[in-house]
Write a protein that binds this ligand. Structure first.
Ligand code: NAP
Length: 304
């Protein structure tokens, strides 16, 4: 029996681990892929207070080491269900069961797919969801990024430094991401903005060779030869394993307020997986601290 079981070792989950361990609770984190969460794909973080610049990888590594140094255990396992009978149980895909007094759901969100023909078959053959992971394979080539948020803008900035040309395709003419970074992109000589447009076809036999982009206003279809398309059109939460236990909204985000309490007693939600207006590193870290404190209070109050 662990005091607090945290599902997800991203910024929210690791921060929760740090707070819970420092409060004297035993803590285990279950993570299905790798620790660090989405931020490991961000080349340069400029908006985390106290750090003018830090890479997402370095940030995640520091966070992991800080948590591990405090005694937080991270185990790699995919959680398939969370139930609550006499005590709370978590089951994993490899058949293990874990018992805990309180649970923090910190599963973040995963990349939203384009949802067009041939996307799946071309993954790893020109379609990628991570510019910092795969960008170097396309060094010196023409590439495209789809999206208008901070991820797409960051990806385009990174790729502009290694690719011969980068097309930034966005469905509107206003960006959701930070204006300061849009301005930096405009100063690059090798970035072309393709606005009010969506990617409507992926072409190429074994490998992506071009994309069709449709202008939503004129209806014009433009064929753009590229070796890679980096899809950065946001995330969708991965809350399927918990949807029977806690209430989720119509998009699948776990319904929880700023206090991180879910609809189920003793189960808390932190970070990008919960309903919130601003999904940032700072708000994920803040949620981790709040959820861990709430979980500790729950355990102490219930004499568990
Ligand atoms: P996001 O902010 O949700 O932006 C997604 C973008 O994709 C939007 O521009 C959206 O267009 C577009 N989009 C959504 N669905 C689409 C579709 N089906 N087809 C075409 N375009 C589509 O996602 P994100 O950029 O991944 O960022 C996620 C969160 O992480 C945000 O809160 C972001 O600020 C944060 N983040 C922060 C940093 C940083 O601060 N350094 C870095 C990366 C990410 P519309 O604008 O028209 O809706």
């Amino acid at each position: 029996m662990t005091d607090i079981l945290i599902i997800g070792a991203g910024t929210a989950g690791l921060t929760a681990g740090i707070y819970a361990a420092r409060a004297g609770k035993s803590v285990k984190i279950l993570e299905s892929t790798t620790y660090g969460g989405q931020i490991i794909n961000t080349p340069d973080i400029e908006n985390y207070p106290g750090f003018a610049h830090i890479s997402g990888y370095e940030f995640a590594q520091n966070l992991y080491e800080q948590a591990a140094g405090l005694g937080v255990e991270v185990e790699f396992a995919e959680v398939t269900s969370v139930t609550d009978g006499q005590e709370k149980h978590v089951e994993t895909a490899d058949g293990k069961t874990y018992a805990a007094k309180a649970i923090i759901l910190a599963t973040g969100a995963k990349n939203r797919p384009l949802g067009i023909a041939r996307e799946k078959e071309l993954i790893g053959r020109g379609i990628s969801y991570c510019a910092t992971c795969d960008g170097m394979f396309f060094r010196g080539k023409d590439t495209a990024v789809n999206g208008g948020g901070n991820t797409a803008i960051g990806d385009a900035l990174y790729l502009a430094g290694i690719c011969s040309k980068v097309y930034l395709i966005h469905r509107r003419d206003q960006f959701r991401g930070a204006e300061i970074d849009v301005e930096k992109l405009k100063e690059k000589g090798n970035v072309e903005f393709v606005l009010n447009s969506t990617v409507t076809a992926l072409n190429g036999d074994q490998q992506l060779t071009s994309i069709d982009v449709t202008n939503k206003i004129t209806g014009e279809v433009r064929n753009i030869p590229v070796s890679a398309l980096f899809v950065a059109i946001g995330q969708v939460p991965d809350s399927r394993a918990f949807s029977g236990l806690v209430n989720v909204d119509d998009k699948g985000y776990i319904i929880a307020g700023e206090d991180c309490h879910t609809s189920h007693e003793g189960v808390f939600a932190a970070g990008d997986c919960r309903t919130k207006s601003l999904r940032q590193l700072t708000t994920a870290a803040a949620d981790g601290a709040i959820a861990a404190t709430a979980a500790c209070e729950y355990i102490d109050k219930n004499g568990k």
